[in-house]
Design a protein around this ligand. Structure first.
Ligand code: ADP
Ligand code: MG
Length: 666
């Protein structure tokens, strides 16, 4: 017998050729192992099959088995294809529609028996009832039918047959690294049977037990890694800074405000980290406008006065510019340098001898060498990939790192993302802030909202108008913003309307921002470039066009751009929300101003995958575990991992090591 390599490409599995392998690649299945861990999205319970005659409108989901009598392809204007079939069983006949799956024309044949699930709805065009198809399958005798996420050219029956074959012949690829003691302690079944039951369960209890095993393992291993990393970092000596107490207090005395209790508390936590000889690894969370910047400046002040350099990295050029200006004012007499791709083009490397470097990701470019890096501050840190963050820190020798984020991360996510960081939270707003009034403005009320805006401009206030990504194409988006600016310039003819967008050169952007800051521009139209961090206290109205198209957290961030001065501020959500979810988002914005509450709702509405938007956010991709739904298991696995490390460090490290290798080699 030929000894199988662990990484057997899916192509060599019996029944898969190069063509199908390509299709599998689309769903990230490259090896037989990948296939084994490609778990069903859900299950159909065969006992729930319904005679066609019993189907009625109002049922959320029905499952039927029937014969295809007729097939028809319909093309609509916007390239949408609809396949309509008529199905029958011995109780009756019904229509079913499949959206955007034209390839099914090559699969379905009259007389074919299929299993179909979907939602019954009224057929608005032809009358009568039709099923909006969700899943389908060839007829099967399985009592619980696994439903996989598929792609063009991969059909339910095919993947099921392959899975069956793979489980029969290659189950030794499923490696169980858990020691028996761990399994019995946490009541876990072995891995191979768990994987088998997930694909071909005999009953629903079996699925649950199997799921528990796999989800637990995914969380356990991940948390163990975080915990061990934290232990390793903590054991390595870093930089110990002296706190120049006198300087710090005279600096604070010169601020136009005093720190809030919450700011004082987090600054104390940071000082302890800086003063001891371990590297700081701290996440500073605080809602938009809670005053994180000043904490960053204070921390930088300490590092600089110890003879070190500090670096602040921000996700956008505008934000880097703003930090540069603000911090330059707050720290006169220090050498502060701005590092953006634009500034890099202009001059030679202005790094040597600088006390404080402020920039975009241009900071991590190789040519930027920072000799005595003592403190790294990453603003809006979730906007950066894990690699980018690491690259900046690697320019120094174990510098102290302060991560800042205005995106309030729900607890469960924080455990996953930042389990290896210490956390500080600013949980109060500076005094004197007047809560922002959020209003929903429908088309009918648009005119009167413009009147209101004019009144406010007359009083000396300024206004942001944000246009969303409307079309798929950047050019069209830009056009929407340009048109909006023209339109508003007509309506607000006695004032100056400005425009800023992502495609402008950074010099142009700077010029516009400068004019807005100096109230030469009263009304600033922008695409979403102003989303993060911008601080213009005189702007008191935020108008968000097509508010229904923004995510909830993004809306909250945008709203946070106003309400920073001492006058009453407003957020106008211009919208005609159509979907249930869009309505829920608008409602949440009106009902809540607390960022944490909003983040929680956002996470529930969108799910963790979309919550951050980017793949590189650092959110691990679990094969089965769901961070939200499985939060209980997550917490349990977290403490189980901690305990395991405490009781048996050697075994824990070995297990982590073997697991990490397995992860890497896949
Ligand atoms: P964020 O946390 O969103 O980064 P900023 O640091 O930009 O918020 O602070 C928002 C505004 O609040 C700034 O104009 C800042 O000067 C001001 N600010 C910060 N701390 C205080 C305070 N303790 N009292 C009054 N105003 C403050
Ligand atoms: Mg900020």
């Amino acid at each position: 017998m030929v000894k199988m390599s662990k990484k057997m490409p899916i192509q060599y599995l019996k029944g898969v050729g190069p063509k199908l392998a390509k299709i599998f690649a689309k769903i990230d299945v490259f090896t037989v192992e990948d296939l084994l861990y490609y778990f069903p999205r859900e299950y159909e319970d065969r006992s729930k099959i319904m005679p066609i005659r019993q189907i009625s409108i109002g049922l959320d989901k029905v499952l039927i088995i029937g014969q295809i009598d007729h097939i028809e392809l319909k093309q609509t204007r916007n390239r949408l294809s609809i396949i309509k079939i008529i199905m029958s069983d011995n109780s009756g006949q019904i229509k079913a529609v499949f959206f955007n799956q034209p390839f099914l024309m090559n699969v379905f044949r009259p007389g074919m028996k299929i299993l179909l699930s979907g939602r019954p709805e009224v057929d608005l065009y032809e009358g009568g009832m039709q099923i909006i198809a969700k899943d389908w399958d060839f007829e099967t005798t399985l009592s619980i039918i696994p439903v996989y996420s598929l792609t063009d050219g991969l059909y339910p029956k095919k993947i099921r047959n392959l899975m069956f074959f793979a489980l029969e012949n290659y189950s030794d690829l499923i490696i169980d690294n858990f020691p028996d003691s761990l399994k019995s302690k946490h009541d876990l079944i072995s891995k191979a049977p768990a994987v088998k039951s997930l694909h071909f369960p005999e009953n629903f209890t079996q699925i649950e037990k199997a799921r528990y095993r796999i989800v637990f393992e995914e969380f356990f291993i991940f948390q163990m890694g975080l915990n061990l990393n934290k232990k390793i970092t903590a054991a390595e000596k870093g930089i110990a800074l002296k706190i120049p107490e006198k300087l710090v207090s005279s600096f604070m005395a010169n601020l136009p405000f005093s720190l809030t209790t919450s700011q004082k508390k987090v600054f104390d936590e940071i000082k302890i980290d800086l003063a001891n000889d371990y590297s700081m690894n701290r996440l500073l969370q605080g809602d938009v406008g809670s005053g994180k910047t000043i904490i960053a400046v204070l921390s930088a002040l300490i590092a600089i006065n110890n003879g070190y350099q500090a670096a602040v990295m921000a996700p956008t050029e505008i934000l880097a510019n703003q930090h540069f200006e603000k911090m330059s004012k707050l720290l006169p007499g220090y050498k502060i340098r701005l590092i953006t791709s634009a500034s890099l083009k202009q001059s030679c490397l202005p790094v040597a001898g600088a006390d404080l470097l402020i920039g975009t990701h241009a900071l991590i470019e190789e040519k930027i060498k920072i000799k005595k890096l003592g403190l790294v501050i990453i603003d809006e840190q979730h906007r950066f990939g894990v690699d980018q963050r690491a690259k900046l820190s690697e320019k120094g020798y174990r510098p102290n790192i302060l991560y800042m984020s205005a995106t309030p991360i729900p607890r469960s996510l924080a455990l996953i993302l930042y389990g290896d960081l210490e956390r500080s939270e600013i949980d109060e707003m500076p005094v004197g802030r007047i809560p922002i009034k959020t209003c929903f403005v429908s088309e009918a009320k648009r005119k009167s909202s413009y009147e209101f805006m004019k009144k406010k401009i007359k009083e000396g206030r300024q206004i942001f108008v944000v246009c969303p990504l409307v079309e798929e194409s950047e050019v069209l988006d830009l056009k929407a913003a340009i048109d909006e600016a023209k339109l508003l310039q007509n309506i607000f003819s006695e004032y100056k309307v400005g425009l800023i967008h992502g495609r402008m050169k950074s010099q142009e952007k700077e010029k516009v921002m400068e004019e807005f800051k100096n109230n030469i521009i009263q009304l600033l139209v922008s695409t979403t470039v102003i989303e993060v961090g911008i601080d213009i206290p005189n702007a008191s109205i935020m108008v968000i066009e097509h508010a229904e198209r923004f995510g909830l957290s993004q809306l909250h961030q945008l709203r946070g751009r106003v309400g920073r001065g001492d006058s009453e501020s407003y957020c106008f959500l211009m919208s005609e929300p159509k979907t249930k979810e869009a309505k829920a988002r608008i409602k949440a914005m009106i009902d809540h101003i607390d960022g944490f509450k909003i983040a929680e709702i956002d996470l529930k509405l969108r799910g963790p995958g979309d919550f951050f938007g980017t793949k590189q956010s650092g959110l691990p991709e679990f094969k089965l575990a769901d961070i939200i739904k499985d939060e209980k298991i997550l917490r349990y696995a977290r403490s189980a991992a901690e305990q395991f490390i405490l009781e048996d460090f050697k075994n824990a490290s070995d297990l982590w090591e073997s697991q990490r290798k397995a992860i890497k080699s896949s």
